[in-house]
Write a protein that binds this ligand. Sequence first.
Ligand code: BES
Ligand code: ZN
Ligand code: MN
Length: 509
Amino acid sequence: MKIYAVHGNISEREDAAIVVNLFEGVTDPGGATGAVDAALGGAVSDLIAEGDVSGSRGEHTLIYTLGRLPAKRVVIAGLGDQSSFGANEARDVHAGVARLLNSKGVRSYSTVAHGAGAGGMDASAAGRVAAEGIALGLYSFDKYKSAAAPSSLESVAIVEFDRDRVGAIGEGASDGVVVADAANLAREMGNEPANYMTPTRMAEIALEVAQESGMELTVLERSDIERLGMGALAGVAQGSEEPPKFIVMRYHGDPENPENNLALLGKGITFDSGGLDIKSASGMLTMKSDMSGGACVIAAMKAIGAFEPKINVWAIVPATENMPGRRAQRPGDVVRAMNGKTIEIGNTDAEGRLVLADAMCYAVENRLTRIVDVATLTGAVRVALGDAATGIFGNDQAWIDRIVDAGAAVGERMWQLPTYDSYKSDYRSDIADIKNTGGAGAGAIAGALIIGEFAADSSWAHLDIAATTRTTSARGINPKGSTGVPVRTLVELAMSLAVDEQPKKTAKA
Ligand code: BES
Ligand code: ZN
Ligand code: MN
């Protein structure tokens, strides 16, 4: 798929379809829509006057041009209410149109960059959200369908009338493609069944990403994990025949300044059966996606490797299954994490915090001082927030704010939950330093705080994506299934941290 910017008048494009737009309440369209209206002898304003076209968000009106324009079809995309239209809405509109035209077998179309004019976005942002919306909206997971219809779309031209803005739209679009490709990689990994997406496969994908941009990769095997004293991870992994992998990717964007660092930790449970505290059939059904946090940090590295920001970024993914095999750990067992802290197993299904405990120790030991972990950690976060926002927690308010801001900038919502000291008594153990389960309420907070026990002096934030990592129906840029949240936030975070040092680079071609 090629997405590019081009100078010209969209109504003159010879293409299978051209896409213009309409805000709700506009009766006399101007700009590109006005030009198309004029060429069609007022057909668009007639449709508006008759009430057949309203401009409501998500509305698609397909008009055949019958030779009055070089293009065969015009799509009028409704943008909705202008006052509530911004980058997120533009992304969704581009996604919806791309899906519509792809489903009609269109191989190429031309579109305006919605929001670039009356929407108030600058040219680069408008190009970027166009490309993100198109590339994210077109993603589908159908590799195991024998008769899957191949995607028809080969290219989309973003047409801009003002010559001075074409360059910036094009640069924005190429950045958008990089970021969307990264999010789509995370989606692909999250959608893969657990018999394919094993810890070994995750490590192979990390290797492919590392090789693309010359990053270092270390993969620790079961014996290394045990030797290094990662007893919390080893305890989870011992119930599975599938070899665990502790995956570490290192991108050195500012090697002279090791304090300019970012550690991205991702939960990599490739299947969560619950272990001996086994889940119900329905509770287990989507547990192939319990490695989504790990997928997101590996995928974010793909975009970071392309953008080359001036910052050192590590991705750390403890990857294993959580299975009730014959060597499985038992409720009541005590394990020892890499930093020596002991953990009593209150429930073998609270495994994410265990594997992340050792990942945190590893990050701290390697003097990483700004840590974000991403995990499908708790069902409780859905009770708290539904799927409207990812839950965020941490030990440093400025650090949390920075991540929330990065999320807001790319349209991935995060909502902070409290981490009062008083919650800490919930996971007190009678026989070990802590246990891996909390009390009756606040399950998402207890889970977060248990991970935070291993943060030492580092700034740390935890993103609980259990409710935002999958959707049960297609909506906006998200198809059904894995969403790739929060890949775009992580990339934005790395770029914004690097901006403090030097101007942002755009992607390599
Ligand atoms: N992977 C699950 C959390 C989860 C649940 C993710 C639903 C996505 C959808 C996690 O490992 C888990 O089982 N958490 C338990 C913790 C409990 C045993 C303290 C939970 O949320 O019930
Ligand atoms: Zn889990
Ligand atoms: Mn679990």
